[in-house]
Design a protein around this ligand. Structure first.
Ligand SMILES: NC(=O)C1=CN([C@@H]2O[C@H](COP(=O)(O)OP(=O)(O)OC[C@H]3O[C@@H](n4cnc5c(N)ncnc54)[C@H](O)[C@@H]3O)[C@@H](O)[C@H]2O)[C@H](O)CC1
Ligand SMILES: [K+]
Length: 521
């Protein structure tokens, strides 16, 4: 599904006016009406609503929503952050209509903090119409005071278009932002509602008036919006998953060579292997240091022990493994549990520089990339790296908090420097330097030990099955997230085991293949 930046949305609105003759008053009416409808549908039986309006057109949408709710006999109080002195004609007109109808319009400046909180707490729903796509800097003044009050109140919050204070094009928070339960957005999915931290602030996203932005009305839609920015959920990966037929044998499914585990971290290797097997790899070969027998490894895994150096793998592990299995290896996974010894550094360096096989680098392997790459780094087109925010920060010599705040930007920079990147975390981002996808599904139950090891094994399997790095990352991240959603729905947020995530993958693959075919990315 295409994702929209705020610029694209503005162009679409301008085109609706220029090409089809809508006026902005009509568009605002569509928007506000849709919000009122969604609020009524989601919160049936509500008696009172507080609508917080800014002075821009987002505030105008709020005034329209207020009017439609008022007409349904709901007690509506508009609390305005601005006196509408510099508002657009359509916002002014909607303010006048509501006033003439007898609606209650208060100005926030005239309401003290205690009274403000009381008004919000006494309402059944808060509608946040302070700032939308027009906000360009951190909220200040009354806007900031109202955002803080909304976040302090226990009343459910519905944000119009965007949670106020959120950058709709990036998911970044401009200082502070409303934490909504529901966001009703217009025309199409905006990037910032799906990228963390915006994703968490947006709550559930409902898209209104999406039917206006069709290829039928806008044959040149591809020119208007960035074609390389996608929201990916299971329907979109259906066409990517490699088909399996009766004539298949394990050789056709490809062979994954995994470098994982150490004396200290043995279990990681077993989980990578399990992830690879569950994602449909034909052969899974696990290269581990001697004496580091992997507990719980499934018997379907081929275990290849190599001499240990300081309880970890060494550079010659690669040569030994390739001597034995080189003619069948179709992908490599390196990193989970390997440790951070000199031997591992040499191994990672060797694979980065010498290997010709599509490779997934994860965990400790990423620790060494900055120094390996120092000076003569060649970006690799057949490598996918899978950092969490802390590892991403190290790669870019930054802080994890900076990566968390600007996930899209960091993912792009890493992809441009190293190769395809999969930036872990809710709203996982996959970027190959040219294309960016955000994974729609996410679930808190996925944040458990070993979850990432399973993911890297899955990526190894999809690479082995012939997918490119970007496509393998998309399929693995999407199915992994989907497994989390399925498990979480039954078992809740806590205590899911990484192995259970892996074991869920075949069912998720089956459910994808049974879906109706969706348009290609
Ligand atoms: N184009 C249309 O007719 C439609 C727009 N829709 C809605 O309108 C908003 C975008 O409206 P816009 O007027 O461009 O901007 P905002 O309302 O988001 O904000 C501008 C407003 O806020 C003040 N302001 C900006 N930044 C700050 C800040 N950091 N602190 C305090 N105040 C700030 C600024 O002075 C302006 O007054 C869009 O999201 C839709 O909700 C409808 O969809 C219908 C068609
Ligand atoms: K808003």
């Amino acid at each position: 599904m295409r994702l929209y930046t705020c610029d694209a949305i503005r162009r679409i609105e301008d085109l609706l006016v220029d090409k089809y003759g809508f006026d902005f008053f009509q568009l605002m009416d569509y928007a506000g009406n849709a919000v009122a409808e969604k609020v009524l549908a989601r919160f049936p039986g509500i008696k009172s609503v507080a609508v917080l309006c800014g002075g821009g057109n987002n505030g105008g949408d709020g005034l329209v929503a207020a009017r439609y709710l008022f007409l349904k006999d709901i007690a509506v109080k508009v609390i305005a952050a601005s006196r509408f002195e510099r508002s657009s004609l359509q916002t002014m007109k909607n303010k006048t209509i509501l006033e003439k109808m007898g609606g209650t319009l208060l100005t926030s400046e005239e309401i003290g903090d205690t009274e403000l909180l009381r008004l919000l707490d006494e309402s059944d729903v808060i509608i946040d119409a302070l700032l939308g796509i027009g906000a360009t800097s951190s909220p200040r003044g009354e806007y900031l005071r109202l955002i803080r009050a909304v976040n302090q109140s226990q009343t459910p919050v519905v944000s119009i278009d965007l949670p106020s204070g959120l950058d709709g094009s990036t998911g970044e928070i401009m200082g502070e932002a409303v934490k909504a339960d529901i966001t009703v957005t217009f025309w199409g999915p905006k990037v910032g509602l799906y990228v963390m931290p915006g994703k968490e602030h947006a709550g559930e996203v409902l898209i209104a008036n999406e039917e206006f932005v069709s290829d039928r009305l806008f044959p040149d839609l591809g020119e208007i919006i960035k074609k390389d920015l996608h929201l990916v959920s299971v329907p979109e990966i259906k066409h990517l998953l490699p088909p399996v037929t009766l004539s298949y044998h394990k050789g056709k499914r490809g062979s994954v060579l995994i470098f994982a585990g150490s004396k200290k971290y043995k279990g990681a290797a077993a989980l990578v292997a399990l992830g690879a097997l569950r994602a449909g790899a034909g052969r899974v070969i696990l290269v581990v240091p001697e004496g580091c027998l992997v507990p719980g490894v499934t018997p379907e895994t081929i275990v290849f022990e190599v001499p240990s150096r300081d309880g970890t793998l060494a550079a010659d592990s690669y040569i030994r493994a390739m001597d034995e299995f080189g003619d069948i290896v179709s992908s490599i996974v390196i990193g989970p549990g390997v440790g951070r010894t000199n031997g591992v550094r040499d191994l990672v360096s060797y694979i980065w520089e010498q290997s010709q096989v599509p490779t997934c680098m994860d965990a400790d392997a990423l620790y060494f990339l900055p120094e390996i790459g120092e000076g003569a780094l060649q970006r690799r087109h057949d490598v996918i790296i899978t950092p969490h925010e802390g590892e991403a920060a190290r790669l870019m010599r930054s802080k994890a908090s900076c990566v968390s705040a600007k996930r899209l930007e960091f993912a792009k920079s890493i992809a441009e420097k190293w190769g395809t990147v999969l930036l872990k975390g809710a709203g996982t981002i996959v970027d190959d330097g040219n294309r960016t996808s955000v994974i729609k599904d996410a679930h808190p139950c996925l944040s458990v030990p070993g979850s990432g090891d399973v993911l890297s094994g899955m990526i190894g399997a999809f690479l082995a099955r012939g997918l490119g790095c970007y496509e393998a990352g998309l399929c693995a991240a999407c199915l992994h997230a989907r497994a989390g959603v399925s498990l979480g729905a039954i078992r809740g947020n806590d205590g899911i085991l990484a192995g259970e995530i892996a074991n869920r993958i075949p069912i998720e693959i089956k459910s994808v293949s049974e879906l109706e075919r969706e348009p290609l990315l």
